[in-house]
Ligand binder design. Structure first.
Ligand SMILES: [Cu+2]
Length: 163
């Protein structure tokens, strides 16, 4: 991950009304999307919302995709001015609650992509939960504003930094 940590991309959240359902379970995956990046960027970030409509807690334990070698569950945190990522082994979704992944916080890190993605492409992914449930989704590649991380004017966007 050393090299990945040196690459800092600023992300801007773009919301659309697009959403996808995970099926007739108590787990819904809403609005999955992948942050578009220049073709030389080897690691992409994906965002989505996981909604637990049931009375029991649910736990996301893994994510896979046929077009990426590996997908990690990550959390961006700021230590002073330094953006730092934590790798989460699993992610709990409390009963009747949602966990939202968005730029600057929780995200899925897509590593080892087969080919560069273009805006509008759909990335198939499978989310696996501790209870054995799986949610097959398609995350749409969307553009985001690329900001210059060195620009002082963007200092208050520090929460968007992503390795
Ligand atoms: Cu990450």
């Amino acid at each position: 991950m050393g090299n990945f940590l040196k690459i800092v991309i600023s992300l801007a959240l773009v919301l659309t009304a697009l959403s996808a359902r995970a099926g007739e379970t108590e787990i819904q995956v809403l609005d999955p999307w992948v942050q578009a990046a220049p073709p030389n960027v080897k690691v992409l970030a994906a965002y989505l919302e996981i909604k637990n409509t049931g009375a029991k807690p649910q736990t996301l334990v893994g994510v896979s995709s046929p077009v990426f070698d590996q997908i990690g569950i990550h959390k961006s945190v700021m230590h002073g001015n330094m953006a730092h990522m934590e790798h989460l082994k699993e992610l709990a979704i409390p009963p009747r609650a949602s966990v939202v992944m968005k730029p600057g916080g929780l995200h899925l890190m897509l590593m080892g992509g087969e080919k560069p993605l273009s805006i509008g492409d759909q990335v198939p992914m499978t989310l696996v939960f501790k209870n054995g449930e799986k949610a097959a989704i398609k995350a749409v590649v969307r553009s985001g504003q690329a900001e210059n991380p060195g620009s002082p004017g963007h200092a208050d966007h520090a929460g968007h930094k992503h390795p």
